[in-house]
Write a protein that binds this ligand. Structure first.
Ligand SMILES: C[S@@+](CC[C@H](N)C(=O)[O-])C[C@H]1O[C@@H](n2cnc3c(N)ncnc32)[C@H](O)[C@@H]1O
Length: 197
């Protein structure tokens, strides 16, 4: 069902989260914590903006997404950008991810799309499974301290996030910010950096 929903959104050609640019929080957080280039999983990679940024920064990137259409678009963009990334279509809740372990998992708006609490915990467990010991998970999620928008990301509370990631992860950062593309009036976000215990 989620697969059909995302396929439809990408086929219609105007996903509301897609701005053709990487999220500035990615660059900021990697610089702040001095996370060096390593093998990285862009989880729910969409059309590849962040995968391209990571590849340009020297990461070896594996993009993973539920939507074939998103991944096809990402591959075209990666080729046009002259960088190299692997891609895989799959459901992170049920499918094996190629190329693990990773030193970094980045998800911009993938975890928050998972509707059921039990599946969110499974999602976090699966992230832990594909990470190296001490590996990092940077997750950008909608923030429930912002009123619901007509078109906007699913919103989460800090308590929900803590319940999902404990006990597998140490929370290094959980701070309120904005989704950092170049759009006007970006939605409020949680910027959450986790370290595998
Ligand atoms: C809000 S979009 C963000 C896309 C991209 N990260 C970006 O910032 O442009 C969420 C993405 O997660 C993908 N996704 C949702 N659930 C997924 C799952 N269970 N497994 C893999 N990908 C999933 C969707 O297809 C979609 O591309």
């Amino acid at each position: 069902m989620e697969h059909e929903r995302f396929e439809q959104i990408y086929k219609e050609g105007n996903p509301p989260w897609e701005h053709g640019t990487p999220d500035l929080n990615l660059e900021r957080m990697l610089a702040r914590f001095r996370i060096e280039p390593c093998r990285a999983l862009d989880l729910g990679c969409g059309m590849g903006n962040n995968a391209i940024w990571l590849a340009r920064a020297g990461f070896r990137v594996h993009g993973f997404d539920l939507s074939e259409t998103a991944v096809e678009n990402a591959m075209v963009r990666v080729a046009a950008a002259g960088v190299s990334c692997d891609f895989q279509v799959g459901d992170f809740l049920t499918d094996q991810v190629d190329g693990a372990p990773f030193g970094l998992v980045f998800d911009r708006g993938c975890l928050h799309c998972v509707p059921e609490p039990v599946d969110r915990v499974r999602f976090a467990d699966n992230v832990a499974e594909v990470l190296d010991e001490g590996g990092f998970w940077l997750s950008l999620m909608g923030n429930a301290d912002e009123p619901e928008r007509e078109v906007g990301p699913p919103r989460m509370t800090a308590r929900q996030i803590a319940e999902i990631v404990e006990p597998r992860f140490e929370i290094l950062v959980l701070e309120a910010g904005l989704f950092g593309g170049h759009q006007d009036d970006p939605p409020r976000a949680w910027i959450c950096l986790l370290k595998k215990r």
